[in-house]
Design a protein around this ligand. Structure first.
Ligand SMILES: Nc1ncnc2c1ncn2[C@@H]1O[C@H](COP(=O)(O)OP(=O)(O)OP(=O)(O)O)[C@@H](O)[C@H]1O
Ligand SMILES: [Mg+2]
Length: 284
């Protein structure tokens, strides 16, 4: 598979080199849901350790794209390559193993409300433990210790034994982040991680994800609605409209004019005019 147009057919060796740079590669990914086209010819490579934000209006394909990265959706056409593996070639067990390397964070946190914060974090490792865990004491001691360390990292060690449903939204999302870290992921997918939070909590959660990404060389792909937050947070912004990439650019050196072109590029009616933003409007 070859996500950048190459003059020559790609060799195994070259593919290996590309895999070392790009944690995620999408080649002409198209997804049809019956007559609705969710993604339309998406081609991009996301670098190891970088933070990419997906921007776009409701229905533009952000969640659909994220679901292709952990194999929850299979493309109708095209290829997705994650951590050096073509998802279409994986059997169930291989896909399960790959998913352990991919942490997920959601808008609604997905915590178990009546359980303690620490139990919720421990549950992050359930994918690789055998058998059900009905109480905290059924998790190995080493795991409980690590869960506490991850909670400390997100600033919530003192809340370990509090019920999860007594926390504020921002705190819940930080617990969800600690839970996903217990998996030792190489990739973190975050679908609107701050959509339910106030601006202050949003910034705290975004700063935390950024700090962890830098410390752990974690590749992050997050969907957001706020352009300014995306510019502050991301190394790279991908704008989607009707399932198509309409903008794909680094945030480094972004000036106010270009920033405003991002607003237009991802909005429904206006096209971005900035020649550096690699905006495409028609068929790719
Ligand atoms: N399982 C599905 N069945 C049918 N259509 C779907 C399905 N999932 C997504 N779609 C359609 O694909 C398009 C993209 O949806 P998607 O949920 O990816 O958008 P989004 O950018 O995440 O929007 P939002 O900001 O509202 O979360 C929409 O037209 C949606 O209705
Ligand atoms: Mg969505």
């Amino acid at each position: 598979m070859n996500f950048v147009e190459h003059p020559k057919p790609i060799t195994t060796e070259l593919q290996r080199e590309i895999d070392q740079i790009y944690a995620i590669q999408m080649q002409n990914v198209t997804k049809d849901f019956g007559t609705v086209r969710g993604l339309d010819g998406v081609t991009s490579g996301l670098k190891q350790g970088e933070i990419t934000v997906l921007l776009g209006l409701s229905g533009s394909g952000k969640s659909t794209l994220l679901r292709h990265l952990n194999g929850l959706h299979q493309p109708t056409k095209g290829h997705v390559r994650v951590l050096g593996q073509d998802l279409a070639e994986l059997n169930k067990k291989e896909l399960r193993n790959l998913r352990r390397e991919i942490g997920m964070v959601f808008q609604d946190f997905n915590l178990v409300g009546p359980m303690s914060v620490l139990e919720n974090v421990c549950a992050g490792r359930l994918g690789s433990l055998r058998g059900p865990r009905l109480t905290l004491m059924m998790y190995p001691k080493s795991l409980r210790k690590e869960a506490l360390e991850q909670l400390d990292r997100v600033g919530l060690a003192d809340r370990a034994f509090q019920r999860a449903d007594t926390l504020s939204g921002g705190q819940r999302q930080r617990v969800a982040i600690a839970r996903s870290l217990l998996q030792h992921p190489k990739i973190l997918l975050a679908d609107e991680p701050v959509a339910s939070l106030d601006p202050v909590s949003s910034h705290q959660v975004i700063d935390l994800i950024k700090q962890i990404s830098r410390e752990d060389n974690l590749t992050v792909v997050a969907s957001l609605h706020q352009v300014q937050l995306a510019i502050d947070f991301a190394d790279r912004i991908i704008g989607l409209r009707s399932g198509k990439i309409v903008l794909d650019r680094e945030t480094r050196g972004l000036d106010a004019t270009t920033a405003s072109s991002i607003y237009s590029a991802v909005s429904a009616t206006t096209e971005a005019k900035d020649p550096h933003s690699r905006v495409t409007t028609g068929a790719r």
